[in-house]
Design a protein around this ligand. Sequence first.
Ligand code: NAP
Length: 322
Amino acid sequence: MASQTLNAILVVGPTGSIGKVLCQSLISRKSEFKRIAFFNDTSRPETEEKRALFDTFRNGGMEQVSGQYKDTEPFVGFDCVLMPLGNHAIKFQPTIIDSAITAGVRHFYTSEWGADLSVGSNWTQRYYRDKVFTREHLEKRGHDTDTPDLGWTYIQLGRLTEWSIIKHFGIDNTNYVANIYGTPEGRQSLLPTKDAVAYTMKTLKHPFSTANNGHRRTYRFHGSSPTWNEIFNDLEAITGHKYTVTYHDVETAVEKEARAKRLNDVELELEASHQLIQGRGGTLLPEPFDNALFPDIHPEPVHSVFERVFKDPETRKFIGAP
Ligand SMILES: NC(=O)c1ccc[n+]([C@@H]2O[C@H](COP(=O)([O-])OP(=O)(O)OC[C@H]3O[C@@H](n4cnc5c(N)ncnc54)[C@H](OP(=O)(O)O)[C@@H]3O)[C@@H](O)[C@H]2O)c1
């Protein structure tokens, strides 16, 4: 069976934190692809910032396709759809997949770029519910007699380094206080966004065939797996401030999650679910890793990423530093 690579790429969710970097990276490698494009979801609010971003993408050589996820037309002529969608949009992926399949698309990068969903209790965690639905949907469509060539790529890495020290995950970089579910020795796997995107680009050009399910791929890219102790040592060295860290019993998040459900508070439910995932070691990436496939990428060390994040005014805002 002939091997293939992915050459006509559409990014759905181009305005998000990962989507933006994916688009910039595609632009810088434009000559390697037949078509690069981004999806303008016309059901979403238009903002000045979005218009400016789309101008930058078009000026960089990306095509803009416009419509809604249920439309078939915008997906015509692409062989691969990347879906870097945010927490509240992940549930739309089955609709996107169905429209794109009707249009002829046969490969999807779903909204992963995170933990291995098969680790520990991840598969049944609320935080990953819509990622699991999406995988199940692809499996189902992959069994359909008209789409045996349907393929997908899951990029797993643990946590993106820049996200590991934000308020959502319990760290307050204004008051140097942290509330962590787990223990000081608890580990998580961290990979910087730019390296995650660089690996993603490489996988687009990594040949595969439909023989032996070669078109249904999972890659695990590992940066490093520091403990909380090591992370706070880094933060203290960089900021020159001592962090007051309280470690909470992970299982207390079970009650918090149940309360959030009763209150119908989705944000709180996601937060509690995430505390269970992280505290139980769910963001620690299991071996084997696939870094050796692309030896020219050398993931930036955690300390260096944190230093960079604290220096740049934009990223300082993102991590809540004054
Ligand atoms: N492992 C980690 O630490 C980590 C960290 C960050 C992200 N990720 C993963 O990377 C992927 C992308 O995340 P992200 O942080 O880049 O996403 P994001 O910035 O929150 O959102 C990305 C896109 O989702 C769209 N969107 C947001 N809310 C929507 C809604 N209610 N309805 C329709 N569209 C909506 C936005 O479109 P509009 O422009 O139209 O608003 C935006 O283009 C996810 O799979 C996420 O889990 C992983």
